[in-house]
Each structure stands twice: as C-alpha cells, then as structure tokens.
Design a protein. Structure first.
Length: 480
C-alpha cells in the first residue's frame, strides 16, 4: 500500500487513501483477493474457503497491527469458517466491529462475456470486472485499506479499538453465523458495527443504511385427490385446486399488491423514518426496471413502499403441468410466498396468523408451512435519531461533498440481526457497490469512481471515529 509523508490531519488521511487508489496499490491488493476462488455454494470448497483467510486476510491484518487472528470452524460442522482478529489501543477507547464475507457465489466462467472471467480483474473504463468485486471482497478489502491509511496518517494509532469478523458462508445464507456470535459474544463485544455490503441507492450518491427488512418464505399447498380427472366429464363437479389456491392468495394480497391480512401488515411508519425517506428516489438508475406507479400500498411513496413497509410476494405457483397441460382438472396446487417485513411485524406468529386467516375465509383445506430449508431473516433498524447516525452522515458528507442517502433499512435482507440483536450493537452500513453491479451473475463488477470515493469516505469515517468516538458513547449513555 501507499506509504507517503505522515501528516496528522483528516485531509492527509483521505489523501493517503485516494493515493492508494491512484497508484494502483489498491487494485493490486484486490486482484489478490479476487484471484482466490471462494465459492461457498459449491461442494468440496472447504480448503479454498480456509485459504482465503490463511493466505490473504491474516497477512493483511497483521500488517495493520492486529493481534494474531483466530480461525474457527463453523458451528454447524459443514460450512465455511470464521475469522476474528483484534487491534487494541486502550480499554477506555471505543471499539468498532468491522464485518465482511470472503465467500462468493459460483463463478460460472462460461457465462461471462468474451474477455472476462470470474477470477481475474479486468479493467474496462470505470468498471472493474471480477467475481467478488462488488460482493463482498471489494467492499471489506476497501475498508481495511482505508483503515491502514488512517493508521499511517495518525503515526501508528487510531484512537479506537478494532475487531474484525470475516465469515466464509454468507452466500449460502450465513449458516452458523448466529450461533457463532452467541458463542463468541465476549470476543466480539464492541460499541458499534461499521460494515459494507449491498448497493448504494445509486452509483453517484453515497449511502448509509441502518438495518434490513426481514424475509420469511412459506408454502401454501392443496392436495384434493389422486390423479387428474377429465375436465369435460368432471369440470364443474370437482373443486379445482388451482382456482382455490389463487382465490386464497387473492384474499391475502389484492390486485395492486396491498396486503389484506392485518397480522402481516407493519405498524405505522415512524415520523423519523418518513422524514429520512423524503428525498429518496428509487428506480432512477438507467438499468432499473420501470416502476409500476399504481402497484403497492396506496398513499405511500415508492421509497416508503420498499424501505418502510411490508410486501407479500408470490415467488412460485404451480398446478397441473405448465409445460404440457392436460384437458383435466389437476389434483394438486402449491405456491411459495414471501413476506418482506420491517421492524415491528409479528413474524414469529406468521404461520399461525396465515392459518387463522385461511380458516376464517373458507380455505381450511389449504396447508400452510414454512418453506423447506428457508431461514428467516429478522428485520432490523437502528433508530434514525441515534447519535451514531448523525455522526456518520456528517462524516460521509464532509469526505464526499455530497449529501448521503439515509436508508433506515435495506429493502432486501442481511444477517444484521446477528449483530443488532445477538451482540446488541448499533449498526452502520456504508455500501460501496451500486444497483447495476451484476452481483451473483456473470460480469460482476465494481465502479472505479465509487471505489475511489469509498476509500475517501471510509478514511474520513475512521479518522472521525478516533476524534468523536468517546463523545458519541457518552451521548448514547445519556439517552439510555
């Protein structure tokens, strides 16, 4: 990494971080990370997942003054390991937990366009192509690179303690993360989480989000009889499971996507959340689909619908043989639904509440159960009034010269509850990707311009934490 003149100012820390980009040092570091295949969804990858921690993360954090990192097996005994490292400066100083995941989805090299591949960064204009550039190697490596430059600018000090958690199974649903956080609660004890994942609101606007919506997948199924029966001979006499199931779903969500089951709806939107979303515009990225203006909960803005409200989606529906339909009344029908939900929703009783709704509306014959192998993501949201939020927004704006977008939570889901609920941490997420990054697909990439700006933002954030961290802790304690 860049090692220039040490000058103890905020501007000097940011200058060091951007020079690390301009010199090519950061790109070289990221090339090392991307070159290591870490496909957690593919079988037999245990050695490759461990190697990313042993051969890349351990030497990197050793250079940053972290104590000997420890690598732990996954509590489930199957999936990728975890790494914890710590850099201590003083027991009376704030402690930040930095999180990232080093695993990726499958590379699928045959799907990338000519000249590109998953395990080598190819630079084309503003785009850096490679698997993991956006999700998540590029993001956590960026944060560590910025941290290194702040350490150098402060001549070997930060003014706070750092703990690092890297997992190697996030793309498989973070198996083991929650029990691991419970087991290692003392080792991970901190004052705030600062992490990066997911996209900015758009490529140009720095973004801060404070949690994520939850997700609960469940199945509705109807098994009425053995085998299909001729629709000419028996139509009108036999209950059609496709018709019944469609009618049941229509009793739960209406023709414009508004939820009709009170127990699946969220509480009213808090005024602080509504205010934060007042200047948020969604769907303006050139690659975004056209928003259906008449879809979703009436009376809400598009931003409120995706960041502050619940949605009930039909993910799959099957009856009969869609690829070879018969002239027959089918015997079975099934559908998979998903509730995306915000804080305050009674997700723990979802199955019971759906069961009660179906019974009350004349559908006792429909079975309801959690989707197989589906893990529930809890909804999380740090209150927008928390002192950490104002501090982070001011820091990001000072470093970028742009008003950041504040999202009370992502519309999607992250395992943030492991940090906010199990470890009890306020959570600040500063994403460095953008909506069109093609994460999980071929031609995944990150933007060079956003990366350079992200290095400046994180260097400023870490510098400011060394300045203001103790005061923020006092203010939070006074509010408690």
């Amino acid at each position: 990494m860049f090692h220039g003149k040490h000058t103890m100012t905020r501007d000097a820390a940011i200058a060091r971080a951007t020079e690390a980009f301009d010199s090519g040092a950061f790109l070289a570091l990221l090339r090392e990370a991307v070159a290591m295949p870490t496909e957690s969804q593919a079988p037999g990858q245990e050695a490759a997942l461990r190697a990313y921690l042993d051969a890349f993360i351990v030497p990197l954090v050793a250079r940053l003054g972290f104590e000997t990192p420890k690598i732990f097996p996954n509590p489930d005994g199957v999936h990728g390991p975890f790494l914890i490292a710590e850099r201590r400066e003083g027991a009376d100083l704030p402690t930040v937990l930095i999180y990232g995941h080093g695993d990726t989805v499958r590379g699928y090299p045959e799907q990338w366009r000519a000249g590109l591949g998953p395990w080598e960064i190819v630079v084309e204009g503003d785009r850096w192509y490679g698997r993991g550039t956006a999700d998540n190697k590029g993001q956590h490596v960026l944060n560590l690179a910025a941290l290194e430059q702040v350490i150098a600018a402060r001549e070997g000090h930060l003014g706070f303690n750092v703990k690092l958690l890297i997992e190697m199974g996030e793309e498989s649903g973070s198996p083991g993360l929650r029990p691991f956080c419970r087991e290692q609660a003392d080792s991970l004890r901190s004052d705030v989480l600062i992490a990066s994942d997911g996209p900015r609101l758009n490529g140009e606007r720095p973004t801060l989000f404070l949690g994520s919506r939850g997700a609960y997948n469940f199945e509705l199924s109807l098994n009425l009889r053995e085998g299909p029966h001729h629709s000419g001979n028996w139509g009108g006499l036999l209950r059609n499971p496709g018709t019944v199931l469609a009618s049941a779903i229509a009793s739960m969500v209406d023709a414009r996507g508004s939820i009709l089951v009170d127990a699946l709806r969220p509480p009213p939107i808090p005024e602080g959340v509504r205010a934060a979303l007042a200047d948020i515009r969604v769907g303006e990225d050139p690659t975004a689909p056209t928003i259906d203006a008449d879809w979703g909960e009436p009376g809400l803005s598009p931003a409120e619908r995706v960041f502050a409200w619940n949605t009930l989606e039909v993910l799959a529906f099957k009856t009969g043989d869609p690829d070879g339909p018969l002239n027959a009344v089918p015997p079975h029908a099934k559908a998979t639904l998903q509730l995306r939900f915000v804080v305050g929703t009674d997700w723990q009783n979802l199955i019971r509440n759906v069961r009660a709704h179906l019974d009350a509306h004349g559908f006792p014959m429909i079975e309801v159960r959690p989707a197989r192998a589906a893990e529930v993501f809890q909804a999380t949201r740090l209150p927008v009034e928390d002192p950490w939020v104002e501090w982070a927004l001011q820091s990001i704006e000072a470093s970028s010269g742009k008003k950041p977008a504040l999202l009370p939570n992502l519309g999607g889901s992250l395992p943030n509850d492991a940090f906010s609920e199990i470890l009890g941490l306020p959570t600040l997420w500063v994403p460095h990707s953008y909506p069109a990054c093609r994460q999980h697909g071929p031609d995944e990439h990150m933007l060079a311009s956003g990366t350079r700006e992200g290095l400046a933002i994180m260097a400023g954030l870490f510098w400011d934490l060394g300045e203001a961290g103790p005061d923020i802790l006092r203010r939070r304690k006074a509010r408690a």
